[in-house]
Design a protein around this ligand. Structure first.
Ligand SMILES: N[C@@H](CCC(=O)N[C@@H](CS)C(=O)NCC(=O)O)C(=O)O
Length: 163
């Protein structure tokens, strides 16, 4: 099952990490995976281009089916393994609507929130709900299992610490 999946990924890439977390949450450990280096230009290799002609990571294949867009890959995994692992999409109409809303607004949110994080420094006191959400995520086994290897020994970035 997981063995017929291939994920080519780059450390610290949010879209790659998104798929890795979904795979962990759906108990699909043991998939074929390869960590590639952006620095060495490996995301432009034939190996990647054969799966993702955009020359970007993630390059993800489920059996013979390529699903490179990370949110689409998460939906695909949930549809294919609906009753396995964590339920990622609720059955009720309101829950589904909320998930769709969140997924489709994520790019706009990332753009806005990164400008806050990078230029204003994010304060735990000013954004207590976001801090709570962040801490909840950090404690999930799927996040710990898929933590970007290049961040493991890097100095801790206390993005949410009130400086
Ligand atoms: N929309 C894609 C984004 C993929 C993407 O932008 N990947 C970046 C790494 S985070 C990349 O490969 N950049 C190298 C390039 O574009 O040449 C997704 O969500 O999967």
């Amino acid at each position: 099952m997981a063995k017929d999946m291939t994920l080519l990924w780059g450390s610290g890439s949010p879209p790659c990490w998104r798929i890795m977390i979904a795979l962990e949450e759906k108990n699909l450990q043991g998939y074929n995976q390869k960590l590639l280096s952006f620095e060495k230009g490996e995301h432009k290799s034939k190996e990647v281009m054969d799966i993702n002609p955009r020359g970007q990571l993630p390059a993800f294949k489920c059996g013979d089916v390529p699903v490179n867009e990370s949110c689409a890959a998460c939906f695909h995994l949930e549809c294919k393994y609906k009753s396995q692992g964590t339920k990622l999409i609720p059955d009720c109409e309101a829950g589904l609507a909320q998930i769709l809303q969140r997924v489709f607004e994520v790019n706009a949110l990332v753009e806005k929130s990164s400008s806050v994080i990078y230029y204003n420094r994010l304060s735990e006191q000013r954004y207590p709900k976001l801090a709570e959400y962040y801490k909840g995520l950090m404690n999930r086994p799927s996040i710990k299992a898929s933590w970007p290897p290049t961040w493991k020994n890097a100095p801790k970035q206390e993005a949410l610490k009130d400086i």
